[in-house]
Design a protein around this ligand. Structure first.
Ligand SMILES: Cc1ncc(COP(=O)(O)O)c(C=O)c1O
Length: 357
């Protein structure tokens, strides 16, 4: 297959059946591997669609500057788009951004602006947003994709990711997807619910995240979770929530690597753990999990036992075999629960709180 530029490599990601971790012959658990996108994650789709739509609306002009706050994968995607389409790209990051993500973006020509101190409330994310606003004010014609609220982020998945899934699956009972900005869960589920009316959508978040309104507590897994409720998270499309903890997510990464030969990113470990829990409880259903990126992003970190020790995580705590994975999946630390919605006539709480029943 011959392509004209790197952006044409986007999408059409492969789906793998999980056969070894879940040996029950009735089970049909699949994983869609978004790490096969050209910059290595699900964010390529959102970044590309946000940029193309901004170009179409005339908000982003040739040679202009794209400024975005990012903790990793969106920055890589924008760096790639900037290289191919000729935009200057400034990524506002903080000290928690991984060196490999920074090296990737710099290699493709992006500029890095590091926010070194959190704001007065202790939030790096808010401090990054303040810096983005400063840069936008200082650079004429600059454009901010604003992934947390831009409807073209879920729009990319409603149009393209969901279409690929429909093409691959004549029948689908459950979709298990991570929550960060809410982009890929909201987009895919909005389209897939229309196509598969009985589809169950399970959201996967980090235990400690406030994305669905729970009190914030620190967690390690990167890519998912939030300290506030993102505007692109549309809970009306979701049925249940599984809050996965760090040990469950990082252990599942190790098990998927050794049992299936698949090196998942950290959030992919969380999603696969939640999907395994769902599939063991519903053995005859067709279940699709979306893995947002690849483990290559974390080889020098959470796949490295010395790094884990230095971070205060005992590698011995992680389970490594499929028998352990199945045992934990049947009795997860935080059992999945339905997402209940406030009645439509009730005044909107601020921030929106979605409780577990
Ligand atoms: C590794 C990883 N997992 C999960 C997510 C969450 O995706 P979304 O922002 O579409 O909710 C992201 C988003 O950046 C990510 O990079």
């Amino acid at each position: 297959m011959i392509y004209e530029n790197a952006l044409e490599l986007l999408g059409g990601t492969p789906v793998l059946r999980v056969r070894h971790v879940l040996p029950d012959p009735r089970s049909r658990l699949y994983v869609k591997m978004e790490g096969f996108n050209p910059s290595g994650s699900v964010k390529d789709r959102a970044a590309f669609h946000m940029v193309e739509e901004a170009e179409r609306r005339g908000e982003l002009r040739p040679g202009a500057t794209i400024v975005e706050s990012t903790s990793g994968n969106l920055g890589k995607a924008l760096a790639l788009i900037g290289a191919v389409k000729g935009y200057r790209v400034i990524l506002v990051v903080d000290p928690k951004t991984t060196p490999s993500a920074l090296s990737y973006a710099v290699s493709l020509g992006a500029e890095i602006d590091v926010v070194r101190e959190p704001n007065s409330a202790g939030s790096y994310q808010e401090a990054r947003f303040d810096r983005v606003r400063e840069l936008l004010a200082a650079i004429p014609g600059s454009y901010r994709p604003d992934q947390c609220v831009n409807p073209d982020n879920p729009g990319a998945h409603a149009l393209h990711t969901a279409r690929e899934i429909i093409d691959d699956f004549p029948q689908l009972d459950a979709l298990v997807v991570a929550v960060g900005t809410g982009g890929h869960i909201s987009g895919t589920s909005s389209t897939l619910r229309r196509h598969f009316p009985r589809l169950h959508v399970r959201a996967v978040d980090s235990f400690g995240s406030s994305a669905l309104g729970f009190p914030f507590a620190p967690y390690r897994v990167r890519g998912i979770g939030n300290s506030w409720v993102p505007g692109n998270l549309h809970t009306e499309f979701l049925d249940s929530l599984h809050l996965v903890d760090d040990v469950e997510a990082l252990s599942m990464c190790r098990v998927m690597a050794s049992e299936e030969g698949l090196l998942l990113g950290e959030s992919g470990g969380a999603v696969l753990f939640a999907a395994l829990a769902y599939a063991t409880a519903h053995p005859t259903e067709t279940v699709l999990a979306i893995a947002p990126d690849r483990g290559d992003n974390y080889l020098a970190e959470s796949y490295d036992d010395d790094w884990l020790r230095a971070e205060g995580v005992a590698p011995e705590e992680l389970w490594r075999t499929r028998a352990e994975a199945l045992r934990h999946a049947r009795a997860p630390g935080n059992p999945p629960a339905p997402i209940t919605h406030a009645p439509a006539h009730a005044p909107a709480p601020a921030p929106t709180v979605w409780s577990l029943s």
